[in-house]
Design a protein around this ligand. Structure first.
Ligand SMILES: [Zn+2]
Length: 484
């Protein structure tokens, strides 16, 4: 990302502002002395609002000198999510004009200014990236430079920039139409990423998976023509390795539901069912750019869920890679089928920890809406760590129970386990209990069910509906594990 970030220490003065598009991040104690305070005051009086309104919503002024300024108040007590949301709303009208340069004025004490500078750089970079569009006219372009006034942060925002690059890759891939991202095209892209970023690249295609006995994955992959599904394994191996972590992603390039076909309303958008794999790639890319001292094995379960003579159906019984027989209950529960064998492969390398990302269940969305994602884990302390990481990253995660007695609901008369129940209920918990059966060597494991991968109008830092939720969170998890 070619972006110039210029920092100027000292008090923010009107004459020091170069650009026409500015965000002023004020705090409660600086609410009197700042450039354009009079103009803001006049606008507030005219609309019968008080300065404290800025705590909740930004106010944007279009000034006589042509400047466009958004004001927000962001104090220390805000959560990262709240801070990101305020900055997103404040910068939205500015970025809509596609400026080349964005000015960010910071107020308050040094500590607060740094917190707000980092958040503002992250949010504004994230929202000024061109995303896939097939419209004849799309004028969106990236900002070329950011001018920071009132602050001097030691590094050049390497962390924020790397997360933006990872998150943008996730959004780009997720937004591609399904005819532009079939499993084969996706695999080709991943191969070229591996070459660019120096990742070791390995593929298990359908022929190999059949031979290996990965019947759970194959059950889904066999329904598409061509049979281009595969499990892709990428490895990032830095010089210093303090931990080994596996990141696994569900990559269903299109989910029709299979023979238990989805109705049109629910099938629409199902090209985004590969979001979990895109989040995994985003984390891998960010970790590589940040040169984290962790070996990351990234496992992507890439397939489509189609109808057809070879597609799997209800009452089929298939055998997974680790020898467990599964009774098929509902062909739309394909995510757990492709993940099951992928988790087995990932766990066989015995990483210190593994985490998977998947747009897995409708019941998680019912439980949380699209503002939060859910986590389940075979280690309660890891769940806590994940909730903390989500809060720090501004990508909110909450934990769900993982008690063994939930698994009784998956008892099958004919096979070792049922794929799911037909009653629905706590399917997000059932899905996690199901997946747990395919993990070998008792590897500590986090399972993230991405109910917040798409929220209309944006969520937290991101303005786009597809928001790349999970990349910043995942990096935070890795850093917390490194710090332990
Ligand atoms: Zn499905």
């Amino acid at each position: 990302m070619a972006i110039k970030i210029v920092q100027k220490k000292g008090v923010v003065l009107e004459r020091n502002i170069k650009g026409d598009h500015c965000l002023f991040v004020l705090n409660n104690s600086t609410l009197k002395e700042f450039p354009y305070a009079k103009e803001l005051d006049r606008k507030l009086k005219r609309t019968h609002k008080k300065m404290t309104v800025l705590l909740k919503e930004p106010i944007t002024l279009e000034l006589n000198d042509g400047r466009f300024i958004s004001f927000i108040v962001a104090d220390k007590n805000l959560s990262t999510f709240q801070r990101h949301t305020l900055i997103r709303k404040g910068t939205q009208p500015l970025l809509q004009e596609n400026p080349d340069m964005l000015t960010i004025g910071l107020f308050g004490d040094d500590k607060l200014k740094e917190i707000n500078a980092r958040a503002a750089v992250y949010v504004s970079l994230l929202n000024s990236q061109a995303l896939p569009s097939r419209k004849k006219e799309d004028s969106k372009k990236n900002i070329k430079s950011i001018e920071l006034l009132g602050v001097e942060v030691k590094d050049q925002f390497e962390h924020e920039t790397a997360v933006v690059i990872g998150n943008t890759l996730t959004r780009e891939l997720t937004m591609l139409p399904p005819n532009e991202l079939t499993p084969l095209i996706y695999r080709t892209k991943i191969k070229s990423f591996a070459k660019s970023y120096g990742w070791r690249h390995q593929e298990f295609d359908m022929t190999q998976l059949k031979k290996m006995g990965a019947g759970s994955f194959v059950a889904v992959g066999q329904g598409s023509e061509p049979q281009d599904a595969a499990i892709v394994h990428l490895t990032y191996k830095p010089k210093t390795i303090n931990k080994t972590i596996a990141v696994i992603g569900k990559g269903i390039c299109f989910d029709t539901g299979g023979h238990n076909l989805k109705p049109a309303r629910y099938m629409h958008g199902m090209h985004e069912d590969m979001n979990g794999s895109a989040v995994s790639l985003g984390i891998l890319l960010t970790a590589t750019l940040l040169k984290l001292p962790i070996q990351i094995d990234c496992w992507l379960a890439i397939a489509q869920n189609h109808i057809g003579p070879k597609a799997y159906k209800q009452n089929d019984v298939v055998k997974s890679l680790n020898g467990i027989s599964i009774e098929i209950m509902h062909t739309d529960a394909e995510g757990r089928m492709v993940l099951a064998d992928t988790l087995t492969l990932a766990s066989r390398l015995k990483p210190d920890m593994m985490m998977d990302f998947a747009t897995l269940t409708g019941s998680m969305a019912t439980a949380l809406g699209d503002r939060y994602s859910g986590v389940l884990s075979n280690r309660p302390e890891l769940s806590c760590l994940a909730v903390g990481a989500g809060s720090e990253a501004g990508e909110r995660i909450t934990a769900f129970p993982f008690d063994a007695d939930y698994e009784e609901d998956l008892d099958s008369i004919i096979a070792d386990i049922k794929q799911c129940t037909l009653e629905g209920g706590a399917d997000h918990i059932h899905a996690a209990r199901f997946l747990n059966r395919f993990i070998e060597k008792n590897v500590p494991w986090l399972h993230i069910d991405l109910s917040s991968s798409n929220r209309k109008g944006g969520l937290g830092a991101a303005l786009s509906d597809v928001n790349g939720f999970g990349v910043s969170f995942g990096i935070q998890v890795l850093q917390k594990i490194l710090a332990k």
